[in-house]
Write a protein that binds this ligand. Structure first.
Ligand SMILES: Cc1cc2nc3c(=O)[nH]c(=O)nc-3n(C[C@H](O)[C@H](O)[C@H](O)COP(=O)(O)O)c2cc1C
Length: 340
């Protein structure tokens, strides 16, 4: 019987447990150069010391204007590789595996003078109206994703996550509400996302998994639902996505139409539906910070991996405490045994 502390293997990614730290922007690059600093090092390495099986580095952008803010991480330059490589090495030395989320904020790039998007539709009345990318620029954007993934592989990451959720650029392309293009990238809403996945896979070793994060449903009026996300996820699976990371929303204002309360496990039903429909491994996320609940999601085979975001912001040792609570084998580092 599998549980939160069972090992997991997908391709060459071997995890000691099923606990994942999801990507969480730190907005902490004070120099605005996209380069990880001491904060990022301590933030990620402390969660590795805390027993987390798999860590996903926050949204890391493929060009300067692809950042939500100028304080975000980037991988548009080789100069950004060494600081990430240092984090990867330290995380490995504490027995965890580490991936990175590669992204572009599109129309949600708040600090960009002129954000870009599939179509010139602003996020809300307080946002800048983005400029619609030309067809050539969309193809160029695929190449920017490719180069960022190449650099992530050079930095030594164990997996790549592509950010196709939360209303950022890839989500903007596959949502009919934000993609009103009449070229090939509008006639086929998943073309951009598929090309990004294919470009990423071409840069990754064959045995390295690619994780696709999606918003499995939108919460704005007229937005897509689970049936549509099952369909576009099939296209992404076909393009090479090995694992799906199931989130939701982000395309419009919070508390907009149809949004359920963010109660415990609120996105697990979506993860389970994608898993069942596509027969793919999935990662669940969203208010899963009660260890008994997280363990049940794995035990009931609703998801293959469980992510704990805000719970790990509160407590880097979330995994160690969960092991204690669930009476699993002692995974506490010997230096900390007296505390447990
Ligand atoms: C501070 C913060 C930053 C976040 N940044 C990202 C991000 O970079 N990429 C992403 O896909 N989701 C991001 N998220 C969403 C989390 O990955 C996660 O899906 C969400 O917090 C729900 O999980 P939780 O209830 O365990 O916190 C962020 C969440 C928080 C709280």
């Amino acid at each position: 019987m599998q549980n939160l502390f069972s090992t997991y293997k997908i391709k060459n990614l071997e995890l000691k447990n099923r606990v994942v730290m999801p990507p969480m922007c730190q907005y902490s690059v004070e120099k605005k150069d996209g380069i990880a600093n001491d904060w990022h090092y301590l933030h990620y390495v402390s969660r590795a010391v805390g027993g987390t099986g798999f860590i996903i580095v926050e949204m890391t952008d493929v060009e300067p204007d692809g950042r939500i803010t100028d304080y975000d991480l980037g991988l548009w330059s080789d100069e950004q590789i060494p600081a990430l490589a240092k984090i990867v090495e330290a995380v490995h030395s504490h027995g965890a595996k580490i991936g990175i989320q590669i992204a572009h904020a599109g129309r949600k790039a708040e600090d960009a003078a002129e954000p870009v998007a599939p179509s010139a539709i602003p996020f809300d009345e307080n946002s800048k109206t983005p400029r619609a990318l030309t067809t050539e620029e969309v193809k160029g954007m695929v190449e920017k994703f490719r180069l960022a993934v190449r650099r992530a592989v050079q930095a030594g990451f164990d997996a790549i996550e592509i950010h196709g959720a939360h209303g950022y650029l890839i989500h903007q392309f596959h949502s009919p509400l934000t993609n009103k293009r009449d070229d090939e990238y509008g006639q086929d809403l998943t073309k951009f996302g598929r090309e990004v996945i294919e470009a990423a896979k071409a840069e990754m070793p064959a045995d390295m998994p690619l994780i696709m994060r999606i918003s499995a449903r939108e919460y704005v009026e007229g937005g897509y639902g689970i049936e549509e996300s099952i369909e576009f996820s099939k296209a992404y699976k076909e393009a090479g996505a090995d694992v799906f990371d199931i989130s939701s929303g982000g395309e419009g204002k919070i508390a907009a139409w149809g949004r359920p309360g963010t109660h415990a496990a609120y996105q697990v039903p979506l993860a389970r539906q994608i898993k069942e429909a596509l027969q793919v491994p999935v990662m669940a996320v969203g208010r899963l910070d009660d260890p008994i609940l997280a363990n049940a999601v794995i035990g009931n085979e609703e998801a293959d991996l469980v992510q704990v975001g805000r719970g790990m912001l509160r407590n880097p040792y979330w995994t160690l405490e969960a092991a204690k609570k669930l009476r699993k084998e002692n995974i506490v580092p010997k230096q900390y045994e007296a505390g447990f």
